[in-house]
Design a protein around this ligand. Sequence first.
Ligand SMILES: [Zn+2]
Ligand SMILES: [Zn+2]
Length: 379
Amino acid sequence: MDTTTEPAQRSGRAAVLRDYGADFEVKEFPRPDAEPGGLVVEIECATVCGSDVHAWQGHLAATLPITLPLILGHEMTGRIIEIGKGADLDSVGQKLEVGDRVVWAHTPCGRCHECTVEREPVLCSKRYIGYLNDCSVPPHFTGSFAEYGIVRPAAGRIRVPDGVTSGWASAGSCALRTVVRALSIAGPIDSADTVVVQGAGPLGLFATALLSLHEPRRLVVVGGPEDRLAVAREWGATHTVLVDPEADPAGRIDEVLDITGRGASVAFELAGAPGVVTEGVKMMARNGRYVVMGTLGGEPQPVHVATLVSRGISLRGSMSGEIGDYHTAMQLLDRYRTRFDWDKLLGNTYGLDGIADAMAAMRRMDEIKPVILPARPRG
Ligand SMILES: [Zn+2]
Ligand SMILES: [Zn+2]
């Protein structure tokens, strides 16, 4: 064995968060071997999710048992460099080889009521979510703002189709799979439906594209800024309503009721803004179905319960997605890549030394989804 080159090949860089809201420190960690059933990948591309920004600012630590330091990032495409024993197939039986690209899921425990009886692994309270774990202990490569990634034995994984770029696949591995699950929870949508999407960020725009394929009678996107609403119209929104955060919500509620005639028969909350659910309930039609997925924190929001009762509105939360949703997401990105210009979601590219800049750009809403290329040389 050539021991002189071994150490360099067996370690990799990662952007480490030591203090909430602070800059990241690029640090070198030893790279572990693939476990039986697991994979080791090179992170070819990662994209920034709103949850990364919340984690960076310490908002997630308020409700989750998180110990610093962290390697953030959970939307990524990895290129396989090592296949553990017995891990030569992905979660839908496709052959995996060194050099193939994969996306992968959080790891449910497989031994709890939600995993087993409910068959809802996304609701497993013991799920292993890589980027929320202390990266100072092995296997170190917990998040995707790093040169390497670890696919744990119990994690679902899907080979990325050749026609899907690594940037699209990364965005698809969180934002799109989340939308895929929410649409399945909402139930059938057809030409009789008046659909409202609250939010024009990555989730809202992916939802708009997918919902347009159902050809609802109205597809109204409520959000901003204007350049994002332009993408929404290009991707199938029949109407857009610009949100002025300073304005009285009553104005846009009236606008939505005018456009839809009887309110939203189906609505999706993908904005996470203060008061957005209070507002959304007022936009609903009788017998409407309202799926809430954008609000993961913030102040409590009043909902007029008698409205839910008297108008027969169902309200349902949805979060994340399971490995089947990742598969669907990859298929959709591939199949509709000429119909929707998925690149419109992607922002500027940053190396590991630019993570704080990427986070700040997303927070300012200057970019929809900044792209991280961990292998990019510094400078
Ligand atoms: Zn995410
Ligand atoms: Zn479980």
